[in-house]
Write a protein that binds this ligand. Structure first.
Ligand SMILES: NC(=O)c1ccc[n+]([C@@H]2O[C@H](COP(=O)([O-])OP(=O)(O)OC[C@H]3O[C@@H](n4cnc5c(N)ncnc54)[C@H](OP(=O)(O)O)[C@@H]3O)[C@@H](O)[C@H]2O)c1
Length: 216
């Protein structure tokens, strides 16, 4: 079986490709990215750009399974359009099963709300794919580390505008904080251990290791 990972050069994509290669069981892993030169190792690499749907036709050709990892594009509407383009290309390419990376707490929302692109992708996938899996990720421990580092450096999480972040990125960060406050991430499923075959590391340990302070 040929398993494709679209968005394979980022943090999540690299981790997924590496995990798949360790478990490949004779399956072929195809890493799809705009920057093939950044992907090393035994995976097959293909070029694919969510903003150039014609490139995806070739990138997804002949695959049996595909994981679509969304980008971090902060511009309202862009990520939603990318998700739809990727799903359309995968369905057209004849993919029998498409997995889509979404987020916990996804619900009907309009742009520029943080979750609107996930909602659009999920709905389009359900409506068009022959078989699908939606992976609703919770907040990454690594993302907490980044927030902690920013807060430790500046004393507060604000300061984003002064740090030069564009409005779209600030909208995403504050949107996530609002989601925390609304309890949207307060879900414990046990899926990490069930699917990964090992328990997740406690957040406390991840933070302590990253910040190198036993008191964190
Ligand atoms: N749940 C959470 O806590 C959490 C935290 C952080 C991020 N996220 C989400 O998780 C996803 C992955 O995060 P990450 O940290 O792995 O992001 P990342 O390291 O920034 O990777 C983003 C990936 O998107 C690819 N990409 C960007 N524009 C593209 C385009 N036009 N066409 C094709 N690929 C494109 C990049 O590859 P190239 O530039 O090489 O093409 C890269 O592989 C994002 O949707 C992000 O919003 C969730």
């Amino acid at each position: 079986m040929k398993i494709g990972v679209s968005g394979a050069s980022g943090h999540l994509g690299k981790a997924v490709v590496s995990e798949l290669l360790q478990r490949a069981g004779g399956h072929e892993v195809v890493a799809i990215t705009r920057t093939p030169e950044t992907v090393s190792g035994p995976a097959h690499v293909r070029f694919g750009d969510y903003d150039r749907p014609e490139s995806l036709a070739e990138a997804y050709a002949g695959l049996d399974r595909l994981l679509i990892i969304t980008t971090v594009a902060p511009e309202p509407g862009k990520r939603g359009a990318q998700n739809v383009a990727a799903i359309d290309a995968a369905v057209k390419a004849g993919l029998k099963h498409i997995a889509f990376m979404s987020a916990v707490g996804t619900r009907r929302e309009e742009e520029p709300a943080r979750g609107a692109s996930y909602w659009r992708g999920e709905q389009h996938l359900i409506a068009t794919a022959p078989a699908w899996t939606i992976l609703r990720m919770n907040f990454y421990a690594e993302a907490f580390v980044q927030l902690a580092q920013a807060a430790l450096g500046q004393g507060v999480l604000a300061g984003l505008t002064q740090a030069g972040l564009p409005a779209g990125a600030i909208n995403i960060v504050t949107g996530i904080q609002a989601s925390f406050a609304a309890g949207l991430f307060d879900i414990v499923t046990g899926d990490v251990e069930r699917l990964g075959g090992r328990p997740p590391r406690p957040l406390r340990d991840v933070l302590a290791a990253a910040l190198k302070s036993p008191s964190v």
